[in-house]
Design a protein around this ligand. Structure first.
Ligand code: HEM
Length: 329
């Protein structure tokens, strides 16, 4: 990844994250340049985000669902069939060059082993792999963009994080995953960003009540779709002191898990449908952030606009444009 001068960082992070996922899953790296082999894949991912982000009128007026006036059903069917062919081909290509005793331990190899033991079907494999690619790409990229926006806005916090990295790792060797537990301030920055800008603020949390039930003082009849507004909880004055202040120190002062056990901050959800990629997502964000901070200084000549827009994830309305200066060791 080459960074130089003023950069609109969103697309760089998106392609980086997509390639990170494709490497983890299949051991395959794509070129997203003009005429690159990654453009077809990128097209599927962005069509999927567009479809899921479309305000679906038929959720509110079921008759429109039957008519499919927005063409959502037709486009979804077309996308599913194309994605199915695409993912099946990568699995086929991969299984031709690997077998049980000669694999590189990519995620697809684990699934291929399960398939040999008749524990998973090929179509389930395709679904699992595509879910990982689709759900794991933009969440990571969007969270990193918010973190970098915050670090541009708060140079003091950026300097403190860099000082922690320099003291812990020094400047003569590369950052490693095993360094992350020794970087509590860097972890606190990630938590504070997840609190202020959770990439999945409410939509993914949709739950259907299958029985009449009570939640606190509220009666929820069977058939109701309910959503948890994580964004509101994370900005609630009754739960967080000065919730509008970006202050990573709050997570040094008190240990709050973000993995789903503490409902004050559950940006990956909680319970049976909790994000299955939370450990991988967090590990990726930590290591990338440590590398990006160690190697570059992040500033901007323009004001950083923190306006949020809710698409499939909650994104920056105006993508971050920042000046990226390589640090000299
Ligand atoms: C910073 C990164 C990430 C954030 C903030 C995030 C957040 C979320 C949230 C809020 C949900 C909904 C949970 C619920 O409904 O209770 C979810 C679901 C999901 N996430 Fe993540 N996620 C991230 C990274 C990843 C990664 C890296 C992967 C794949 C490797 C992934 C795969 C999934 C899948 C497959 C689901 C659907 C689970 C289901 O419906 O049962 N996510 N994520």
């Amino acid at each position: 990844m080459e960074l130089k001068g003023d950069v609109e960082i969103k697309q760089v992070l998106h392609y980086g994250s997509l390639n990170n996922m494709m490497m983890t899953v299949f051991g395959k790296y794509y070129d997203f340049g003009e005429n690159g082999d990654g453009l077809e894949l990128e097209g599927f991912v962005s069509e999927g985000y567009k479809l899921l982000g479309t305000f679906n009128l038929s959720d509110h007026f079921p008759i429109l669902g039957w008519l499919d006036v927005q063409g959502v059903r037709r486009r979804s069917r077309k996308l599913v069939s194309k994605v199915d062919g695409f993912v099946r081909k990568i699995i086929d290509d991969h299984s031709m060059v690997t077998d049980q005793d000669n694999n590189h331990g990519y995620f697809v190899d684990v699934l291929l082993d399960l398939e040999r033991e008749n524990k998973i079907t090929r179509s389930d494999m395709v679904a699992v792999l595509w879910e990982m690619i689709f759900r794991g790409t933009d969440t990571v990229a969007i969270l990193l963009e918010w973190i970098l926006a915050r670090l541009v806005l708060h140079p003091d916090i950026q300097a403190k994080a860099l000082a922690e990295i320099e003291t812990t790792i020094g400047s003569s060797r590369a950052v490693m995953e095993s360094d992350i537990p020794n970087l509590p301030y860097l972890q606190a920055i990630v938590k504070e960003t997840l609190r202020m800008h959770p990439p999945g603020p409410l939509l993914s949390w949709a739950r259907l009540a299958i029985h009449d039930t009570h939640v606190g003082q509220y009666f929820v009849p069977a058939g109701t779709t309910a959503m948890v507004n994580m964004w509101a909880i994370a900005h609630d004055k009754g739960i967080w002191s000065e919730p509008e202040e970006f202050r990573p120190e709050r997570f040094i002062e008190q240990d709050v898990s973000v993995m789903g056990s503490d409902m004050r901050l559950a940006p990956f959800g909680s319970g049976r449908r909790v994000c299955p990629g939370k450990t991988m997502g967090l590990a990726t964000v930590h290591i990338w952030l440590a590398v990006l901070l160690r190697n570059f200084e992040w500033t901007s000549k323009d004001d950083v606009d923190l306006t949020e827009v809710l698409k499939m994830s909650m994104e920056m309305k105006n993508p971050l444009v920042c000046k990226v200066v390589a640090r000299v060791f």
